[in-house]
Design a binder for this molecule. Structure first.
Ligand code: TYM
Length: 333
């Protein structure tokens, strides 16, 4: 029955430790989907080359992210877990799909506009092309579902457009993938500015909580979290983005639904909400932190695990690429 399982792919960039936004928006679904689906998960190191990152930092971040994801529950026995650059077909398919993506489509990507506005000194072609490489990641594995946060939905739409275009110009080749979003926490917001997304590239470190942050830092960041002017604790993302964000984070870490979260804070004040959320996050992250330390103590073991994953991923990727080359008319031996 193995063959009947739907395929899942997702990836995360190794640009430093991940935030609880990444965790709530994507990682929790990635972990949960492992039992039911045939999952492939990657550390997207090629995507990180779009920012100016030192080789030593990329190397360190890649291993750290791999350890964090495994500690958070990505199980290399259940899923294929690997580093993107170890499977050269990602770059190859990326090039091919460039020829199936329109310049105007890529130019409309809001993440490209945001990132180029934030770093005008390094608007490289890779940054522009980034969503096409992402399409290659996904389409290479005949993926059905892609667990991601809301900020990746536009990229997923582009992947679908590219897949459909390739299929109609050649013949049906790629699956057309679907995004899978969590019910709550599709866009976890910054603690210091609840109108913005929580992001590890935020210049204010009080805006985000990293999965590896120390408990005292987590407590401090929540204590300083920006709330709203009245004192009601209700879930209303538009009117009360700060409080709703805290409730979302609480739901995710306490493992309860939103109704239950709201009930638990009935008649309580904001200070109580902030400390209770911080405690839930600290407790929820503790096992990840401990698991991370253990995995990082055996880097060779980690490298071997990733190499095995890359070999498994390559097997599928090779089969897809041989189909792609044939359909394109590229002469093979
Ligand atoms: P990245 O590394 O920026 O983020 C990883 C995942 O975390 C989600 N996310 C959030 N979810 C909720 N609230 C937030 N504040 C928040 N911040 C981030 C993202 O939506 C993402 O799911 N391009 C991708 C990596 C990638 C990829 C892929 C993803 C490369 N190839 C193929 C899916 C499929 C990225 O930069 O994600």
């Amino acid at each position: 029955m193995e063959e009947c399982k739907k395929r899942v792919f997702s990836a995360i960039q190794p640009t430093g430790s991940i935030t609880i936004g990444n965790y709530i928006g994507a990682v929790r679904n990635m972990v949960a989907m492992q039992d039911e689906y045939d999952c492939l998960y990657a550390v997207a190191d090629l995507h990180s080359l779009t920012v100016d990152i030192a080789p030593a930092a990329l190397r360190k971040n890649t291993l750290e992210l791999a350890a964090i994801l495994m500690a958070a529950g990505i199980d290399p026995e259940k899923s294929v877990f690997f580093v993107q650059s170890q499977v050269h077909e990602h770059a190859e398919l990326g090039w091919v799909l460039n020829c199936y993506a329109q310049f105007g489509e890529a130019r409309r990507m809001t993440q490209f506009k945001d990132k180029s506005a934030k770093a005008p000194e390094n608007v490289n072609v890779g940054l522009f092309d980034y969503p096409v490489l992402m399409a290659a990641d996904i389409l290479l594995y005949m993926t059905d579902y892609v667990p991601v946060g809301k900020d990746q939905v536009q990229h997923l739409e582009l992947s679908r457009t590219i897949a459909e275009r390739f299929n109609s110009r050649n013949s049906p080749t790629f699956k057309v993938p679907e995004a899978i979003l969590p019910k709550f926490g599709q866009k976890v917001r910054s603690l210091s500015d609840p109108t913005a997304k929580m992001s590890k590239s935020d210049s204010d470190p009080n805006g985000y909580v990293l999965v590896l942050d120390r408990p005292e830092d987590i407590a401090r960041k929540f204590k300083r979290a920006v709330t709203d002017s009245d004192s009601k604790i209700i879930y209303a993302p538009d009117e009360k983005p700060g409080i709703s964000n805290l409730l979302t984070i609480y739901s995710a870490f306490a493992g309860v639904d939103m109704d239950e979260s709201v009930k638990r804070f009935e008649g309580r004040d904001y200070a109580y909400l902030k400390t209770t959320v911080a405690d839930a996050v600290i407790e929820g992250l503790r096992p990840i932190r401990e698991g991370y330390e253990k995995l990082m103590a055996d880097k060779d073991g980690l490298l071997k695990t990733l190499a095995v994953g890359a070999e498994k991923a390559s097997y599928i990727a090779r089969r897809t690429m041989s189909k792609v080359w044939r359909k394109l008319g590229c002469v093979r031996p």
